[in-house]
Each structure stands twice: as structure tokens, then as C-alpha cells.
Design a protein around this ligand. Structure first.
Ligand SMILES: [Ca+2]
Ligand SMILES: [Ca+2]
Length: 377
């Protein structure tokens, strides 16, 4: 095709911040466009640049805001630059971390490292903390953590050091695990956060602390946890998966799974405070406690499987109680969420109140049961 200029995306801040809809991720159709000179892909969801690897007429290429994979940054961007001398190129600078990088003499051991490690494709850091320490605010947009199981010093009790950047895995939470290996004798959490944070794409497990096993948000910590699986963490007190002392700040949780943490999943220590759920949220075998209000948007599917919820839920989202499961809502909290799908058993206890929600009760469910002042419209 004889296309010389192509401008895709660069949509408004509102949409790019709220929902990643109608964005381009697959650019394989561009591979044959030999006359392409100006290409704008900024703010889309392009991850793989291999379709551009043989183009030779590029004068301008904007990839700003695209969540490029490490291989795109490490292999294809240098190739595009060498194939297209003088190309004007915009992309997000990232630091790379790999637990078993190509030149690491001690794979899976953060204490034995590549002497030349600098966060590049050839010489990634071998601990997450080293990657974070190397972030230069205003130059690097984030840190990419390659597939692996991250353990040991530098890979637990992770904080953001007051810097504003995103920490994301290269692929998915299934292939990038932070195992804090915490215990009563040697407590370690996955994350210990204060100030701003943005975490995307990890399994967080094995944490133990006084409050919080997986993720501890200290007073004033504000940020987002997206696309994460938080499983098998345990505190001495409360907040097995996530413990949040919100202070004045709010946090958002999108597309997360919280399951089988002890003794609870999410604990927020600020009654009356608002936090945010968006995307697909699944909490299984875990409680949500602390009396906070979780607000949802119309794209939120909140699936609660065998949970106790001592919190309020509001907004345009959908609350799903799957068949065969039991959800208990208690403690004088109000459920005012767009739609409720009850396939299992929903119990309202201790003055918990559903109002303003449309309710759909599956024929073979156990329905909604009221105890001790629970009621629904
Ligand atoms: Ca190493
Ligand atoms: Ca190192």
C-alpha cells in the first residue's frame, strides 16, 4: 500500500486515563507499507514493534505512551534507528530488570550480578530495587520487569522512593512473580508504599508483616494497582493482601485478583474514605474490611466469591455473586451499585442495605437473605 502518513490515536486525556478502549495494539498490517514516512501511534497500546523492523523510509515515528515490550525497546527501536537514519523518534524510556539476564553470572540471585548492569536490554539490573533506584524522574517513564520469580534482597519491601513512574511486568502477572518469602521470624512484604505509585502486571505472594502481607500502603500513599494477582500473603494483624492507611489520599485497583490471603484480602483503615475499583475485579475466599466506600464505574465487574464485605459499594458497576458462592455484606454499609447479579447466596446482615441497584437473581441461586436489620429495595 502506498500510504505515506498515518496518524492513529492521540485521543483525549479523559479517555486515555479512564479506559483503554478503541486503541490500536496490533500493527502487523503496517509491515508492508514501504513508503510510510510519518507514523503517529502515541497513546495507543502497541507493544510489539517487529512489524516496523524492515521499514526504511520513516522520517517521524511517535510511540509515546505505548507500553512497549522490552524486546521492542531493546531490539527493534535500535534497528528502526539504524534503518531510518535521522528518524525523529518519540518513545517512553524504560529501565529493564531481569532476574536471569544474558550476562548475569548469578541467575535468580540478586547478590551475584552482571558487573555492567545498567538497565539496558544487554545489561538489565537483576533486582527490582536497583531498577527503581536508577529511574531518573522526567526522563524514564518506568521500569519493566522481565518474566521470572523475584526473591531476595531488592525484590521485596519495594517502595517508589517518591518518584513518579510505572513499575510493570513485561508480559503478565502469570509470568512475573514477586515472592517476598516473609515469615514471623523475618517479616517481608511485597511492597511497602508511601507517596505515589503505579504497579502493573505482577503476582504478589509470600508476604508477611505486622499489618499487610502483600502490599502495605502507608499514610498518604496514592496510586494504582492494575492487572495484579495478590495471593497467599499473611500479616500478623490485618490486611493480608492489601492494607491501606489512606490518610487523605485515594488509591485505585483495576483488573486485580485477590484470593486466599489470610486473614483477609483488602483492609482499609479509614472508615468513610473512598477508594476505586475499575475493570475486572475478582476477590475469592477473602474479605474486604475497614468500612471504606469502594466506588466503581460502568466498566467495572466486581466478582466476589465466598467473601465477607464490611464496606460500602457504589457507582455504575456490576456486582457478581457467582453460582455456588456466598457473599456476606455486613456492618451497616450501603450497596448502591448499578447492577447486582446473584447466582449464589447473598446475605445482608447488621443493617447492611442494598438500595438503588437493579437486581437479577438467577433461578437456581439461593437468592438474597436478610438477617439482623439487613434490607434491600
Ligand atoms: Ca543475579
Ligand atoms: Ca544487581
Amino acid at each position: 500500500m502506498n500510504l505515506r502518513e498515518l496518524y492513529l490515536g492521540n485521543d483525549s486525556y479523559w479517555w486515555s486515563s479512564r479506559r483503554q478502549r478503541n486503541k490500536v495494539s496490533d500493527i502487523s498490517a503496517l509491515a508492508g507499507m514501504v513508503n510510510l514516512n510519518r507514523l503517529q501511534l502515541g497513546t495507543n497500546l502497541v507493544r510489539d514493534l517487529s512489524p516496523l523492523k524492515d521499514l526504511r523510509g520513516l522520517g517521524y515515528l511517535d510511540l509515546g505512551g505505548c507500553p512497549l515490550k522490552a524486546e521492542s525497546l531493546g531490539v527493534y527501536i535500535p534497528r528502526i534507528v539504524s534503518n531510518n537514519p535521522g528518524v525523529q523518534l518519540e518513545y517512553d524510556r524504560m529501565i529493564l530488570v531481569d532476574d536471569d539476564g544474558p550476562n548475569d553470572p548469578g541467575p535468580d540471585d540478586p547478590l551475584v550480578s552482571d558487573p555492567q548492569e545498567d538497565g539496558s536490554w544487554e545489561h538489565p539490573y537483576d533486582s527490582i530495587r536497583e531498577g527503581i533506584d536508577a529511574v531518573v524522574q522526567g526522563y524514564h517513564v518506568g521500569v519493566i520487569v522481565m518474566d521470572g520469580v523475584y526473591r531476595g534482597p531488592g525484590n521485596r519491601d519495594i517502595g517508589f522512593g517518591g518518584k513518579n513512574f510505572v513499575l510493570r511486568s513485561d508480559n503478565s502477572p502469570n509470568s512475573c512473580v514477586i515472592d517476598a518469602q516473609g515469615s514471623e521470624a523475618e517479616p517481608h512484604r511485597g511492597f511497602r508504599l508511601s507517596g505515589v505509585f503505579a504497579i502493573d502486571g505482577f503476582t504478589i505472594t509470600g508476604g508477611y508483616g505486622e499489618y499487610a502481607g502483600g502490599v502495605y500502603c502507608g499514610g498518604g500513599a496514592a496510586g494504582t494497582i492494575s492487572n495484579c494477582i495478590i495471593v497467599g500473603n499473611r500479616p500478623e494483624k490485618t490486611g493480608g493482601g492489601i492494607f491501606d492507611i489512606t490518610g487523605d489520599a485515594s488509591s485505585g485497583f483495576s483488573d486485580i485478583v485477590v484470593m486466599y490471603n489470610e486473614p483477609d484480602g483488602i483492609s482499609v483503615d479509614a472508615r468513610g474514605h473512598v477508594e476505586y475499583f475499575s475493570g475486572r475485579i475478582r476477590v475469592a475466599g477473602n474479605d474486604i474490611v475497614g468500612g471504606v466506600l469502594f466506588d466503581t464505574d460502568s466498566y467495572t465487574d466486581l466478582e466476589l466469591v465466598d467473601c465477607n464485605v464490611v464496606a460500602s459499594l457504589s457507582g455504575g458497576g456490576r456486582l457478581i455473586v457467582p453460582g455456588g458462592s456466598r457473599l456476606v455484606i455486613g456492618g451497616a454499609h450501603e450497596i448502591n451499585i448499578g447492577h447486582i447479579e446473584c447466582g449464589g447466596k447473598l446475605e445482608l446482615r447488621d443493617d447492611a442495605w442494598i438500595r438503588g441497584s437493579s437486581i437479577e437473581i438467577a433461578r437456581d441461586s439461593f437468592g438474597i437473605h436478610l438477617y439482623d436489620g439487613g434490607q434491600y429495595n
